[in-house]
Design a protein around this ligand. Structure first.
Ligand code: DCT
Ligand code: MG
Length: 427
């Protein structure tokens, strides 16, 4: 019954497996009880994806291949693996047989081959190979530096730079972001916990309240979706009176700087103007807001809820700061690591975004993620509804008009989608 020799053969022959395999999978007569899901819609924004993932063994493998493709600037391939992983994340039980995947969307031949390998051998040889490749390891290490993207990493690798000590020994001058990234490498590569996110939220709330009463601050990104850890903490700031948010960011940043909370910050201004930019989708969904990319200095005691904002600067002598020199060059457990771990604070990546209240619902939806969920929402809007969705607005191309919304629920309704709460947007 479960003969899938056709499958292996088609792989060997390099057939256009996407169509062939799917077709074959449809034809197989299988025990219905073996099917994990009857109908799975093809856009991630039509599905409910909680953090309860029954197929991590497969999704981890596919995500690693996605990451590898993205690091090599092969975004198309990256998205294909992300979509395949997202379908498996939405299933309510573990996949134990390839034939259970019959009828599922977004599973191309390459992804199916990976899943098959994991099912049969417990691991995917391609994934293991990728993990071990010098190139992938170097890309991971170098892009692990805040401020270093895949293109820069790629250039350095071509010059023979594969590790942080090699980078430090090279003649390269790093920009301000990269210098900060290198200095706080260990801290920034350690996941941020929800407790740390909440502690930072209290500090940011204090900052915004002291510069403009009535400001609203919302935790966005992965933590809003219920994740317990993340690579950063994201906040969306607005004011209920349109226009009052103008000029807010520099004041918040000054307050935080004056209290010694910022190790690094770069602020970009809000460059979105509906009248000027029109409905065309911005080149990136993210780049038009007044936004502050920062590295926070989170005091250890703040996590226990005893932040002494007034005295932080004085309590942090210069020589303590110098202990952040990354331990990356040394072995784990080296003297430097031990000393670094004794410092009474840790560096955390924090993103602050300011939105006018009229765009708040779009900003909230656009910044809650996941990245794939957002991508799928925009694709759904464009391909299925002839609409353009960004983190600022929704434009209906058929009616040639903007569709206003003051809540996420209204945006889903405009898009003709069932409302999916943040905790189920973990595609
Ligand atoms: N976002 C997006 N497209 C991008 C980057 C970000 O739509 N290219 C949105 C979705 C998530 C949100 O912005 C915040 O971005 P991240 O912090 O990178 O994502 P996250 O889900 O919060 O991940 P983590 O928990 O690791 O911080
Ligand atoms: Mg985040």
């Amino acid at each position: 019954l479960l003969d899938i020799s056709w499958y292996t053969e088609s792989m060997k022959e390099g057939h256009p497996v996407e169509i062939l395999d799917r077709h074959k999978l449809q034809e197989q007569q299988v025990d219905e009880s073996k099917e994990v899901e009857s109908i799975v819609p093809s856009y991630a924004c039509q599905r409910r994806t909680t953090l309860e993932n029954h197929n991590t063994v497969f999704t981890d493998a596919l995500s690693l291949l996605a990451e590898s493709a993205e690091l090599s600037d092969e975004d198309g391939r990256g998205v294909a693996f992300r979509r395949a992983a997202a379908v498996l994340k939405a299933l309510h039980s573990p996949v134990t047989d390839l034939l259970q995947l019959r009828g599922l969307p977004c599973l191309g031949g390459h992804s199916l081959r990976v899943i098959k390998d994991v099912l049969e051998n417990g691991a995917s040889s391609e994934v293991e190979c990728t993990k071990q490749s010098e190139r992938f390891k170097a890309l991971k290490v170098l892009t692990g530096i805040f401020g270093v993207g895949s293109k820069t990493a790629e250039r350095w690798i071509r010059e023979g730079i594969h590790s942080l000590p090699q980078l430090q020994d090279s003649a390269h001058t790093l920009n301000r972001a990269q210098q900060a990234g290198l200095e706080h490498y260990d801290d920034l590569n350690q996941p941020v916990t929800k407790a740390e996110g909440d502690a930072i939220g209290e500090i940011v709330a204090k900052a915004v309240m002291s510069v403009l009463p009535g400001v609203q601050i919302t935790l966005i990104g992965g933590f809003r979706r219920g994740k317990l850890t993340g690579h950063d903490v994201d906040f969306l700031i607005t004011h209920p009176e349109e226009g009052r948010e103008v000029g807010l960011m520099p004041k918040v940043v000054s307050w935080l700087e004056s209290k010694g909370f910022l190790l690094y910050q770069k602020t970009t201004r809000n460059s979105y103007l509906e009248s000027k930019d029109g409905p065309a989708r911005p080149s990136s969904n993210m780049d038009r807001f007044e936004r502050c990319f920062s590295i926070f200095k989170l005091p250890e005691d703040a996590k226990q809820g005893t932040t002494q904002t007034e005295t932080l600067t004085e309590d942090t002598p210069e020589d303590t700061c110098r202990l952040t020199t990354p331990s990356l060059v040394k072995d784990e457990g080296s003297e430097s690591t031990k000393r670094a771990n004794l410092k009474p604070w840790r560096a955390v990546r924090v993103d602050l975004v300011v939105s006018p209240i009229s765009q708040f619902a779009f900003a909230l939806l656009g910044w809650t993620g996941s990245k794939l969920f957002e991508r799928e929402l925009r694709r759904w809007a464009g391909h299925e509804k002839a609409m353009s969705l960004s983190s600022h607005a929704l434009y209906d191309n058929t009616q040639s008009k903007y569709l206003r919304a003051s809540s996420e629920e209204e945006i889903f309704a405009h898009l003709g989608l069932e409302y999916i709460p943040p905790s189920e947007r973990n595609a």
